[in-house]
Design a protein around this ligand. Structure first.
Ligand SMILES: Cc1cc2nc3c(=O)[nH]c(=O)nc-3n(C[C@H](O)[C@H](O)[C@H](O)COP(=O)(O)OP(=O)(O)OC[C@H]3O[C@@H](n4cnc5c(N)ncnc54)[C@H](O)[C@@H]3O)c2cc1C
Length: 147
C-alpha cells in the first residue's frame, strides 16, 4: 500500500459528494470534535445545529477543521472559518439556501436537533444555521500496490 496526495479536483469531488463530516473546533487550547451533517455549495459548507458546546466554542474561536471521507481509503481535511447565519433580513436568502440543500440529506435535522436530556419548552425555536467558509483543502488516498 502507498499513500498519494489527492488533486484539488479530487478533494472538491469528495466534499461535494459527501454529507457527513467530523467537525473540530478549539477553545482555550482544548480541541473538541463531533460528527455533523453538511451541505456543500460554492466555497461553503452549510450546517444546522441547536445551541451547545460546539456553537459556544465556534463563536469564541471561529477557526475550525473538518475531515470528510468518501471511502475508507481517502480523507479530505478542510480548514475554514465558522460563520453564523442569524435569522435576520441580511441572511434570509442564505438561510433558505442552506435549508433547501440540507433538507435533501437523509435525517438532516434529527441528530442536530435532539439532545439526550429534555430541553426547556420555549416559544421560539433556538435552531441555528451556520456555514464554514473553506480556506484550505487537502486530501490523501491510500492505494493498493507499491509506489
Ligand atoms: C451521523 C450524525 C450526524 C449528526 N449531524 C448533526 C448535525 O447536522 N448538526 C448537529 O448539531 N449535530 C449533529 N450530530 C450530533 C453531534 O455530533 C453532537 O452530538 C451534537 O450536535 C451535540 O453537540 P454539542 O456540542 O451541542 O454538545 P452538547 O449538547 O452541548 O453536549 C456537550 C457534551 O456532550 C458530549 N457530546 C456531544 N456530542 C457527543 C457525541 N456525538 N458523542 C459523544 N459525546 C458527545 C461532549 O463531549 C460534551 O461533554 C450528528 C451526529 C451523528 C452521529
Amino acid at each position: 500500500m502507498f499513500v498519494r496526495v489527492m488533486s484539488r479536483e479530487e478533494c472538491q469531488g469528495v466534499v461535494a459528494a459527501g454529507d457527513l463530516a467530523r467537525l473540530a473546533c478549539c477553545r482555550d487550547d482544548q480541541p473538541y470534535i463531533v460528527p455533523i451533517t453538511y451541505a456543500h455549495s460554492g466555497n461553503r459548507l452549510y450546517c444546522f445545529s441547536m445551541p451547545g458546546q460546539k456553537i459556544d466554542w465556534m463563536r469564541s474561536n471561529p477557526k475550525v477543521s473538518l475531515q470528510i471521507a468518501e471511502f475508507a481509503s481517502n480523507r479530505v481535511v478542510v480548514t475554514g472559518r465558522y460563520q453564523e447565519l442569524p435569522a435576520t433580513q441580511g441572511c434570509h436568502h442564505e438561510r433558505i439556501h442552506a435549508w433547501s440543500l440540507l433538507e435533501k440529506k437523509p435525517n438532516w435535522w434529527e441528530p442536530g436537533g435532539l439532545k439526550p436530556v429534555p430541553q426547556e419548552i420555549s416559544g421560539a425555536s433556538a435552531h441555528i444555521f451556520f456555514c464554514v467558509e473553506m480556506d484550505e483543502m487537502t486530501g490523501r488516498a491510500a492505494c493498493a500496490g507499491e509506489l
